[in-house]
Design a protein around this ligand. Structure first.
Ligand code: NOJ
Length: 740
């Protein structure tokens, strides 16, 4: 038996190049050797050095690794540390390598803008590149697997995790989900710069009731299929190797225990071949949900529902073997889960060389990588959304003029770490790599042209710094203020009922505005904030999200016009919390308001317009783009044909710039009611001064499909409005009649 075992192991562990067997065959050959305890070990994941959730007692983790009873770990950083733990795994009987996971959401060493910010770039190649760099750096530090992309659609900025996603729209979200998966997984597994992607949180986590994190979700299957599932399907189609389920219950069934989501939809209907990991402790939380009596039952429910790996509940570790022995869980289900995980370990090449990712030299090379930082600066500039740029004394406030004396005011101006955002990491001697707004501006114009005053803290009631700030403003030609949220104000467990810009910051803005100096407001935050009070006053506003380590340079690039802003909002910005959830692709209702002034006996608020402060897709430029008349190639198409909608777009300014031209469609009458518009295409194009381009969208019947009452994905003949414009509000319409 010993000899036989050695022989089998030797074959399973041949280097990839010498292998004629597939990863699946090699996984099977290992599976055959495993005891039940070792199989359960492959399904067990614990955190290592730090926590990203509530910590449970974990026992001796190194001993468990040595016994082959812990197959995966998260939250450990660096090539040396990952190597150290992998060495322990190599002391186990079967030497099955550990799989190391980490939340690499927006960069690893190089911190990129938060995903919601990057979504505002509408720039898929740039988003893919950001993920590619993150994967390259993480992989060099021994990380095999990122818990990203987060592809949850959300229409609720109270939910702190909107920062991790691509916003409210399913079409844009799907394209971004696919781009990120491509970026993380790169040239494919086997390359040491490709990590496993993880589409999360399956499913509908972003629709938590009231925007409160971890809350329940109650939603029609039609809404789920139409709006919340498409980004997951897109991630899967792009090759996402893993999925993470979610904390929430969906219509009464916790996602972790939902066979409908994990088995029926994901594994059977969609044919997903990778593995599903639970969210942190979500398995044991089924007890709190009131769905499981105890951890043993939760483990049984989760494994039978298709949850393969248990993150941080230790439910499988404690109960799965007994459940198998008692006949409650078929061994075939356990084998299936283990096999899915082993296949990924083989595909990554870990059986050939378990240390191939943990590479101190590569890690060092990427520590301060100029190319990576340049990419971070570039996408940071692309993520900025110019919301307002009024004319003061005969010229728009932005871009700034080189010779102007500039007062930099606000609690974030000199902050470096707040720009990093929630899922970012701290490294030693970080400060030399992080660029605040002040540093970015200083690098441009030098200290003599700058005045600075903090004015106030991010929150609180202390206004004692206002006087100094007012004096700095008075001594300048123009004021640039950076206000907003601190680094961890949005993110996991960061839901807020009040998302207004903190009162002390709003008061500071008003005090500065009263000086009469032109004010440029930069709002840095992880979610759409509410700032309508100041929005009407100050002449220029740019939304700067959390832009990552190169934030200061990117903001300076935009302020001086070295980069002409082209970002467009991926979420509707509400006027106030009472409008939430607010999203552009709502239904018309039986009593639609025709405009914001119509209030009575229509679907409207009596005290507030229906429209958002800024609509989805909105964003200005230093160029002036003018849209001509859109023309459809056919007004009465028939059957499965493709038509073209063309619109001339001109740059009627002296500044070259990019525009995101957006296509929306409305199905006027359906067997179920259809949204007033849905994004179905966009093109980001560069236009030189005076240049006109004819933008063409090809539209086929696939673009008209929706889920009917029977959940069939169909299109129905009839009238459609094709709308094109610079955002979801300001569109021009062509009506067509499409028959079978
Ligand atoms: C809980 C979060 O919901 C999930 O997104 C994350 O990947 C895990 N914690 C691990 O940190």
């Amino acid at each position: 038996m010993r000899i036989f075992l050695r022989l089998l192991l030797a074959t399973a562990c041949l280097p990839a190049a010498a292998q004629t067997k597939t990863a699946a065959q090699r996984a099977d050959s290992v599976l055959k050797l495993m005891t039940l305890a070792e199989k359960v070990g492959q399904l067990h994941q614990l955190s290592s050095d730090f926590a990203t959730g509530p910590i449970q007692p974990q026992g001796d983790r190194q001993a468990a690794i040595r016994r082959g009873e812990l197959g995966s770990m998260l939250n450990l950083m660096g090539a040396a540390r990952t190597r150290q733990l992998q060495e322990i795994a190599m002391q186990s009987r079967l030497k099955i390598p550990l799989l190391f996971g980490q939340d690499v959401l927006h960069g690893y060493r190089t911190t990129f803008p938060i995903p919601l910010a990057e979504a505002a770039s509408w720039d898929l190649p740039a988003i893919e590149q950001s993920a590619r760099i993150a994967a390259t750096e993480a992989a060099a530090a021994g990380i095999h697997w990122t818990f990203a992309p987060m592809v949850d659609i959300s229409r609720d900025p109270r939910w702190g995790r909107v920062m991790e996603g691509a916003g409210e729209d399913s079409y844009l979200g799907s394209l971004i989900a696919a781009a990120r998966v491509r970026g993380f997984q790169g040239r494919g597994f086997g390359h040491t710069d490709a990590v496993l992607a993880c589409a999360k949180h399956f499913a509908a986590y972003g629709a938590a009731i009231g925007g409160r994190d971890y809350n329940s979700v109650d939603m029609s299957p039609r809404m789920l299929w139409e709006t919340y599932l498409p980004p997951f399907k897109a991630a899967l189609d792009a090759g996402a190797a893993t999925f993470m389920n979610s904390f929430n219950d969906l219509n009464g069934i916790p996602a972790t225990g939902s066979a409908w989501l994990q088995q029926d939809i994901l594994k059977k209907q969609w044919g997903f071949k990778g593995f599903v990991v639970s969210d942190w402790g979500s398995l044991s939380e089924m007890i709190n949900h009131g769905y499981s009596r105890d951890l043993r039952q939760a483990s049984e429910q989760a494994i039978l529902a298709g949850n393969d790996m248990d993150m941080e509940s230790s439910g499988y570790a404690q109960h799965l073997a007994a459940l198998v022995q008692a006949g409650r869980v078929p061994i075939s289900r356990v084998d299936d889960a283990v096999r899915r995980i082993l296949i990924k370990k083989f595909e990554l090449g870990l059986f050939d060389d378990p240390f191939r990712f943990s590479n101190e030299q590569r890690e060092k090379d990427y520590y301060n990588h100029a190319g990576h930082q340049a990419a971070a600066r570039s996408i940071a500039a692309k993520s900025i959304v110019l919301l307002k740029n009024d004319t003061v004394s005969g010229r728009p406030v932005l871009p700034l003029q080189r010779q102007q004396r500039i007062a930099l005011i606000g609690p974030l101006v000199k902050s470096q770490k707040d720009n990093l955002g929630f899922w970012s990491f701290d490294f030693e001697d970080d400060s030399s790599r992080l660029v605040s707004l002040y540093q970015g501006m200083h690098a441009r114009v030098g200290a003599a042209q700058l005045r600075y005053a903090k004015g106030c803290e991010l929150t609180g009631t202390d206004t004692s710094g206002f006087a100094e700030a007012v004096a700095a403003a008075v001594d300048a030609d123009v004021v640039v203020m950076q206000v907003g949220e601190g680094r961890d104000w949005s993110g996991e467990a960061k839901s807020k009922a009040d998302i207004k810009l903190p009162a002390v910051q709003a008061a500071l803005i008003k005090a500065i505005f009263r000086t009469g100096r032109p004010v440029v407001l930069l709002i840095s935050a992880g979610r759409p904030l509410i700032f309508h009070e100041v929005a009407s006053e100050v002449p220029a506003i740019a939304y700067t999200w959390w832009l990552g380590m190169q934030a200061g340079h990117a903001m300076a690039d935009v302020l001086f016009g070295d980069y002409n802003p082209a970002g467009k909002l991926p979420m509707s910005f509400p006027r106030t919390e009472g409008q939430i959830p607010i999203y552009y692709n709502h239904y018309n209702t039986g009593r639609p308001a025709q405009n914001d002034d119509q209030r009575f006996y229509v679907s409207a608020y009596n005290d507030l317009p229906n429209s958002p402060q800024y609509p989805f897709g909105y964003g200005l430029s230093y160029s002036r783009f003018v849209y001509g008349q859109p023309i459809a190639s056919v007004l009465q198409p028939k059957g499965a044909t493709t038509i073209t909608l063309s619109v001339p777009v001109s740059n009627q300014s002296g500044t070259a710039g990019e525009e995101v031209v957006q296509l929306y469609i409305r199905d006027l009458v359906g067997s179920v009611v259809r949204p007033v518009k849905e994004l179905k295409g966009f093109q980001k194009l560069m236009l030189q001064p005076g240049e006109t381009k004819a933008v063409q969208f090809r539209i086929g019947t696939a673009d008209l499909r929706f889920y009917n009452a029977q959940l069939q994905h169909v299109w129905e003949p009839g009238e459609f409005d094709l709308m094109v414009g610079p955002n979801s509000r300001d569109v021009q319409t062509v009506r067509i009649n499409w028959q079978r």
